[in-house]
Design a protein around this ligand. Structure first.
Ligand code: CUA
Length: 190
């Protein structure tokens, strides 16, 4: 949802800037008018400045009021069902396990063996579902519950050298385990 909104805001912003350029280009080439325009602009300037400061102050207060953000949406207190150790290397991911059942709270304990990497998990629609920094000497924990089974892709989000783009790994999320496991004694289908 946020990604979609970010796209739309970016596109609108690009459009606005392009429109300003076109407008400036179209209305240029009239040197006689500069005097009056300059005078008018100088009159507007203090109000424009005040408006920008007001807008900036309001945006800062509005966006920073939530700091510090609750650790991973308040799930930090809940013990994880599964813990997965993750170490970033130039240029691959070392993970304890890559097969994870859906519906379990997973804590990824992420660190790095060399330089900073960005640990990000993408779903099949190329959306980031969880991400944190992989830093040498630190362990960052990112928690996530996979809802949909399928193949997820880990990618590196921090430029870390020549083969940065090669730092991918697949995570397979298997369908949620049923509590009663009624078929555990049935003969295998294979
Ligand atoms: Cu690791 Cu980029």
């Amino acid at each position: 949802m946020y990604q979609k909104a970010a796209w739309q805001v970016s596109l609108i912003g690009i459009g606005l800037i392009a429109a300003v350029y076109v407008l400036v280009y179209l209305s240029s080439g009239n040197p006689e008018e500069f005097g009056t325009v300059k005078k008018r602009m100088y009159a507007i300037r203090p109000y424009w400045f005040l408006a920008l400061v007001t807008l900036g102050t309001w945006m800062s207060i509005d966006t920073l009021a939530d700091l510090p953000y609750a650790a991973t949406h308040g799930k930090a207190e809940q013990p994880a069902d599964i813990t997965v150790g993750v170490t970033g290397h130039q240029w691959y991911w070392d993970m304890d396990r890559t097969e994870i059942p859906a519906g379990k709270l997973v804590a990824f304990r992420v660190t790095s063996a060399d330089v900073n990497h960005g640990f990000a998990i993408y779903n099949a629609d190329h959306q980031v579902v969880a991400q944190t920094q992989a830093m040498p000497g630190y362990t960052n924990v990112v928690r996530h519950t996979f809802r949909r089974p399928g193949t997820y892709t880990v990618r590196c989000l921090e430029y870390c050298g020549l083969a940065h783009h090669n730092m991918t790994k697949k995570i397979t999320v298997t369908p949620a385990e049923t509590a009663a496991a009624p078929h555990s004694h049935a003969p295998s289908a294979t």
